[in-house]
Design a protein around this ligand. Structure first.
Ligand code: BEZ
Ligand code: FE
Length: 306
């Protein structure tokens, strides 16, 4: 005689798999796994998943794992292009009135960036037009936060992060600490739009969906200060042609800022020098056109984010 267990199919199969997690020691594991199983089964039923499609999916995930390394985070990219990263960002960072909005972390943050002084050149020879990036770190009441830790990273003019190429030390990547008035500033290069890595399974998926890989030009920030919720965000360049079609759905209107072009020979907004090694002796007349952007980063207090 065959047992009932051998005949499981349809809803009974789903119920049995859900029930198989009943013994989880951790209640959250049980909640998450039972929802995952129910939604996964509902998905297969909805599309009437064929066995051929099932094996295509398994092969896709296998190759996503095989191409992944410490610096090539294909699963992060997959979550990003499916909008799961931004959905999780939204769930984990309820908007606090007046605080800067969060966006996707991305795969190119590196622990242990160089610590630099305010106003430093962090481009370190990366190709691109000089760009002075400045602003203040503030509370939602507009008060300066002194001693906030500002981590920043961005791509160069060719659309590459330093970790995607051979470089002599970090480029366009550093951390700095705000002064008593909450100011931060550094020279990097003007960011440009760039494609997310699309030579792997995620690129295939984008092409299969008739989608593009481009992200609009942006600078990454991660800001921390005791007593405040950690902020992970970008500042996007106004006017970029990809603002409406970001491959990872990360754009928010409030994060778009104007990058102002300055002709050569004009004093930088903060009176500092362009870091191209060719400035006049008075240090205030960059002889190459440059950009500046100013953006205040506003932190929610830890309590309001709980
Ligand atoms: C980034 O902005 O660095 C990024 C975010 C998501 C996917 C790929 C790159
Ligand atoms: Fe980026």
């Amino acid at each position: 005689m065959r047992s009932d267990r051998m005949d499981l199919q349809g809803d009974a199969l789903t119920d049995a798999v859900v029930a198989s997690f009943d013994g989880s020691k951790d209640e959250r594991t049980k909640t998450v796994m039972s929802a995952l199983v129910r939604h996964l089964h509902a998905f297969a039923r909805e599309v009437n998943l064929t066995e051929a499609e099932y094996f295509t999916g398994i092969d896709f995930l296998t190759r996503t794992g095989q191409i992944s390394t410490e610096t090539r985070q294909e699963f992060v990219l997959l979550a990003d292009v499916l909008g799961l990263s931004m959905l999780t960002v939204g769930l984990g960072n309820p908007s606090t009135s007046g605080a800067t909005e969060s966006t996707v972390f991305g795969p190119f943050f590196v622990e242990g960036s160089p610590g630099v002084e305010l106003g430093a050149d962090i481009a370190n020879g990366a190709p691109g037009q000089p760009c002075l990036v400045s602003g203040r770190v503030l509370t939602t009441k507009g008060e300066p936060i002194a001693g906030a830790l500002v981590e920043t990273w961005q791509a160069d003019e060719d659309g590459f992060y330093d970790v995607q190429k051979e470089t002599d030390g970090p480029q366009n990547r550093a951390h700095l600490t705000t002064d008593a008035d909450g100011n931060y500033s550094f020279w990097a290069v003007k960011p440009v739009a760039y494609p997310i890595p699309d030579d792997g399974p995620v690129g295939e998926l984008l092409r299969a969906g008739g989608r593009g890989p481009m992200r609009p030009a942006h600078i990454h920030f991660m800001v921390t200060a005791p007593g405040y919720a950690r902020l992970i965000t970008h500042v996007f360049a106004q006017g970029d042609q990809y603002l409406e079609s970001d491959a990872v759905f990360g754009v928010k209107d409030s994060l778009i800022a104007e990058f102002t072009e300055h002709p050569a020979g004009t004093t930088a907004p903060d009176g500092s020098t362009a870091p191209d090694g060719s400035t006049a002796p008075d240090g205030k007349t960059p002889d190459k056109p440059y950009y500046s952007v100013s953006y205040d980063l506003v932190l929610a207090s830890e309590e309001t984010q709980q």
